[in-house]
Write a protein that binds this ligand. Structure first.
Ligand SMILES: [Zn+2]
Ligand SMILES: [Zn+2]
Length: 98
């Protein structure tokens, strides 16, 4: 089987890039059957970001509505929603399931 250069559109930045015959050969030798979905630049960026993770989570300082202790939550707390520390969160969860 011979390989030919192929133009693919990057699913990330929508730029088209060339999936070269050499790369295809390399892919095949590795046993990959899927074509790359992203251009080399985007692949690099993702690698630098740590793969497919959604990026580092920003922790927001908050005060637990139950015990009043300072805590950190991985989301922006909303005013109409109480924020709990891990301990109280576990408690409220248990309470609700009853
Ligand atoms: Zn790209
Ligand atoms: Zn608490």
């Amino acid at each position: 089987m011979s390989f030919q250069d192929k133009d693919i559109q990057c699913s990330e930045c929508k730029t088209s890039f060339t999936f070269t015959a050499k790369e295809q050969e390399f892919f095949a030798s590795k046993g990959y059957t899927n074509e790359p979905k992203r251009c080399p630049a985007c692949r690099q960026t993702r690698k630098a970001d740590g793969g497919d993770r959604q990026g580092p989570r920003k922790m927001v300082a908050a005060v637990c509505a139950e015990c009043g202790q300072a805590t950190e939550v991985p989301f922006q707390p909303r005013e109409d929603r109480p924020v709990y520390c891990i301990t109280c969160y576990a408690k409220t969860k248990l309470g609700k399931s009853r």
